[in-house]
Design a protein around this ligand. Structure first.
Ligand code: GLN
Length: 487
């Protein structure tokens, strides 16, 4: 195969590997060379292990030569967000707290990707403990957006979107608690899919807010996202929230399910604060579906205005509880300045956590404290039920919802200093997590200044196959996924 292998899709590369036009070692070498060339500008990775990746690639080539290829991911370099455990590799959550931590075990998604023959490549930068929307909260420095490295790639999985957009991996995994897959996918011009809550096991994912967290793929194309989702989905007895459901062949479904679909346009998602260029691009996507015979209906999600407040009560409450385990005793950073054991807890946490993580722990501890629990946490849980009901009501009339993913395109590193301004960026993505639904962001154009725009499709629980099919119909009629940043 010719140059720029690193910009090819999984589907194309798998065909070339099968046809023996390419080896996994050659492909991995191309990705490693690309990574080394652009990393000084992009900084998508916290760490990578060249020798280990090349050994995996050689093992993949040996399997293929022996007629034991495991399928479309055999020999494909995939990088994981640095909150997903890989045996023997660093696992930092982009926090000083876990700076020197090496994972003693594999996450279930890691095991599944290994079984599928993927070459696991590198630990991707993110906001500390996945808290943020820009990757600026990483303790190891921000990631640059490959379309303009002075701008953010989104977050919290900004390393995952930037590495893919820059050709430093063929696909990546991220995690999404309030938008952390979809928003960075939108800002970097790639496909990002947050599966239904319970579809993908979180065993081996560093927990942020356990009732919201899901792992999902970033990919160049909808078909690639279908391939990766198929490899990582499924029940796992090690995650009690993972659901017993049949996993369809998502890739095959793309060819089978053709619509026409009924799409809902939630009016609350096209309100004040939406960048006009993004609004116009999403309107054009709506017009495209209409031209294909889809029925377009305006729908209302009346509790949308409470999403942000509800999320920042529930997510911080769960985070404060999940992060209690970082005590300087069992693992992670341990202060050397402590006077006694109680002081050791205080000092280790004070030194190990960054400002945004501390803010969330304080907020979460407050909303859970006796006297405030009913007023905040319990009330937020009730509103959460209303938010989910809004979506389920809308789905009585439509197959999926179409919205913008992010109200703004990629902004400058350092531009949003106020935490509240950052929280407001999650306005279109967090309802999906609160309701436990699948959501997909796909490229739907560029701003005049050349920054990617994303459209979000929101689906019914466990109907990822529909969501992928709806997205593929749009993707095939446009050439956004064939445009690459000039780095
Ligand atoms: N930006 C949101 C937050 O800061 C979502 C993060 C995420 O999905 N992990 O909490």
């Amino acid at each position: 195969m010719s140059s720029e292998l690193f910009y090819r899709s999984i589907a194309e590369l798998a065909a070339a590997l099968d046809a023996k036009k390419l080896t996994a070692v050659e492909l991995t070498q191309a990705v490693i060379a690309r990574t080394k060339a652009v990393e000084p500008r992009v900084h998508a990775f916290n760490s990578f292990d060249e020798a280990d990746a090349l050994a995996q690639a050689a093992a993949s080539d040996a399997r293929r030569a022996a007629g034991q290829s495991s399928g479309p991911l055999e020999g494909i370099p995939i990088a994981l967000k640095d909150v997903i455990a890989v045996t023997g590799q660093p696992l930092t959550a982009s926090s000083k707290m876990l700076k020197n931590f090496v994972s003693p075990y594999d996450a279930t998604v890691t095991t599944k990707l290994k079984k599928a023959g993927a070459v696991l490549w590198g630990r991707l930068n993110c906001d500390e403990f996945a808290m943020g929307s820009s990757t600026e909260n990483s303790a190891f420095g921000p990631t640059g957006n490959p379309w303009d490295v002075t701008r953010v790639p989104g977050g919290s999985s900004g390393g995952s979107s930037a590495a893919l957009a820059a050709g430093e991996a063929i696909a990546t995994l991220g995690s999404d608690t309030g938008g952390s897959i979809r928003q960075p996918a939108a800002l970097c011009g790639v496909v990002g899919l947050k599966p239904t809550y319970g579809l993908v096991s979180r065993y081996g994912l560093i927990a942020f807010a356990s009732s919201l967290d899901q792992i999902g793929p970033f990919a160049r194309t909808v078909e690639d996202a279908a391939i990766v989702l198929g490899a990582i989905a499924g029940h796992d007895e090690r995650d009690s929230t993972s659901f017993k459901t049949d996993i369809p062949d998502y890739r095959a479904a793309l060819a089978q399910r053709k619509g026409p679909w009924k799409l809902g346009i939630p009016k609350e998602y096209f309100a004040e604060g939406l960048d006009p260029e993004i609004g116009a691009a999403v309107e054009q996507a709506i017009a495209f579906y209409k031209s294909q015979g889809c029925e377009i209906r305006e729908v209302s999600l009346p509790h949308t205005k409470y999403c942000l407040d509800t999320y920042y009560v529930i997510a911080t409450a769960e985070a404060s509880s999940n992060l209690a385990r970082y005590d300087g005793i069992r693992y992670g950073h341990r202060s050397t300045a402590a006077k006694d054991v109680v002081d050791l807890y205080f000092q280790s946490r004070a030194e190990g956590f960054g400002p945004e993580v501390k803010r969330r722990i304080i907020l979460g501890t407050y909303v859970l404290s006796s006297g405030y629990y009913d007023a905040y946490y319990l009330r937020a849980q009730k509103v959460r039920t209303l938010i989910r009901q809004d979506f389920l009501n809308a789905f009585r009339d439509v197959d999926a919802l179409l919205t913008p993913t992010s109200p703004v395109p990629a902004f400058k590193i350092g531009e949003k200093a106020d935490p509240l301004a950052m929280y407001l960026l999650d306005i279109y993505t967090i309802g999906v997590n609160l309701a436990g639904l699948p959501g997909l962001s796909m490229p739907c154009g560029f701003t005049k200044s050349g920054l990617p725009i994303g459209a979000q499709l929101i689906g019914q629980p466990f109907r990822e196959a529909d969501l992928l099919s709806i997205a593929a119909a749009y993707e095939q009629a446009h050439d956004w996924t064939k445009k690459f940043p000039s780095l």
